[in-house]
Structures are given as structure tokens and as C-alpha cells.
Write a protein that binds this ligand. Sequence first.
Ligand code: GDP
Ligand code: CA
Length: 331
Amino acid sequence: MKSSPRITLLAGGVGGAKAALGLYLSEHKANLSVIGNIADDEEFHGLWVSPDIDTLTYTLAGRINQQQGWGLENETHQVLDGLNQLGSDTWMFLGDQDFATHIYRTEQRKKGIRPSAIAQDIAWKNGVDIPLLLPTDDVMQTRVLTNKGSLSFQEYFVREQCKVEITAIAIEGAEQATATAEALEAIKNSDLIIIAPSNPVVSIGAILAVSEIRRALEETSATRVAISPFIGGKTVKGPADQMMQAIGMDSSPASVAELYQGCLDAMVIDHEDAESEASLLNSGLEVFITNTLMKTDDEKTQLMQVCVGFAEEVAQQKRLSTAAQLTQEAC
Ligand code: GDP
Ligand code: CA
């Protein structure tokens, strides 16, 4: 029997968690590691909140509020009500059980425990039994420069509900950030790297902004496939299209490929973006066209299985062309 490939998934929040769950529910779970995004992290009420990592954990644990795609199911909001009554700013909508995660994370950070060990610990305690890795243990945060001034990602996304004009986006702290050994090992030791359909600018872009991670992806012998987060030139959810526009790009698979340049062998794109195939092929990428909208768990598993199957074919082609090249050189 063919052995299952070792897979590392790069994932943001909601889109990333859909891909992560698809793999987690499949036969590939045993060989899966996930690297999440920490650039949306921010302190609220003295607590360190890590929205994308929590979305991954809660989704894989089966505790996510399915309608929202984030937060916990069956939440109450008594703590927030109390804070509101005391005059705190409560636009960041945190539930009572969710507060427990943030209190625990903050407590552990104050003890000097590495953020990546804390993330793994919280995942384990939620029953998530795969490596959930952070790109770095350092702090790095997305800043969105807008007509209302410089905002944190949550101020832009939650408080302003993306209704501001973006002039620039920066990932503060990324340049100085050191990658975690676990993330680098996972990338180095994988057969396949899958880049989830996540925000290319502030989710995947923030992971790639850690230079050691980007270099590891450029240098790995693994086959690297990205799933486009755009369908028909539009975002499924969230401000990714607005952010692409802000950095002077359109919401096409070709623009996503340009941002991931040097870190990709292939792309999975939606039927609605089939016209992008030629330009992707021209830029040297393999392309697979399918339905990429994941609503049900079955759709998530199916898309991820298709993605792994395609990546294995690409890997096989790479091996064959390398062998042919070597034979030619020897003759
Ligand atoms: P966030 O951190 O919660 O914003 O989530 P991500 O960065 O992981 O993902 C946001 C992106 O996921 C958006 O650009 C969406 O278009 C994309 N997305 C969400 N669901 C799907 C889906 O079912 N299929 C595809 N192809 N993209 C999706
Ligand atoms: Ca996010």
C-alpha cells in the first residue's frame, strides 16, 4: 500500500480552518501539521487574544460556532456585559468560554512559556491531536493604514467592519521575527505543503513575512500547492479582495501566485476562474480546476483529498522530469 504523504498546511482563520478540517477528517490526519497565523493577535482587557489560532483549534475540536465560522458554540456573554457596564470598550465580541482560553493563554505567557507551546497545549486540551504550530514565538502584528489612521487588524475588521479606505498594509515585527524550529522542521520534512484558501495578504502573507519560513518554503523538496481563496474573482468571505486592491493587485489566482512566488509548484483554482489557467501555466505552475467552495464537512474533505491527489501527481511529474534530465546529462 502507498504510504500517506507528510503534509504541512499553512492556514489563516476561517478559510484556513475549513482546509484544516478537511484534512483532519480524512485519511491524511495522521501525517498532518498545521502552521497558523498570529499576526491578527491583539490584547483585549489585559488578555492575549489569538483569533486565527483559536479558530483552528475550535474548528478541529468540533466546538466552533458553525454559523459564524469563529467563536464557540453555545456561548454566553456575561463577562462582556459586565465589562460593558464598567465602561470598557467591548466591540471585540468575546464569549464567556472563549474568555477562559484567553485567560489561560495570558497566564501561561506571563510564566514565560513559549507561545507555540501554549498554542499546542490549548489544542491538545481541546482534543486536537495533531501538531498545531506557530510560525514564530515573537510578536508580529498586522497594521492597516487607512483614512481613519493606523489600525490594528481587529480594529479594521471588527470595530470598523472593513468600512474604511486602506492606503497600506504592514506586518509589524515580521522582519525581526525568528521562525520556530517546529515550523521549519515541518516544512523541511514534508512531502506536500498545502497553502489553504486564506487571505493572501494578512493570513498567508503574514506567515510568509517571517523570512526564515519563506526561505524554508523556497528550499524545501516538498511539492507546494495553494488553493485560491477567490472564486469568480471575489472573496467568499472577509476583506481579502479589498486588501488585494490596497496593495495594487486584483483578486485573481494569478495575483495570489505572484504573492507566493518561489513557494509554489501548483495551484488549485475554481471553475469560475478557469480563464486564469493559461497565465498560471505560463508562469510554470501546474493547475487543477475544480469546485473550491467548501460548505459541508464532506465538501471540505473532498476538496482536500483532490488537492492531495493532484499534489502527488505533480510530485510524480517532478520526479520523472528530474530523472529524464539526469539521463540526458549522462548521455
Ligand atoms: P480569516 O483569518 O478568518 O479572515 O480567514 P482566512 O484568512 O483563513 O480566509 C479568508 C479567505 O478564505 C477569504 O479570502 C475567503 O475568500 C476564503 N474562503 C473562505 N471559505 C472558502 C471556501 O470555501 N473556498 C475557497 N476557495 N475560499 C474560501
Ligand atoms: Ca485572520
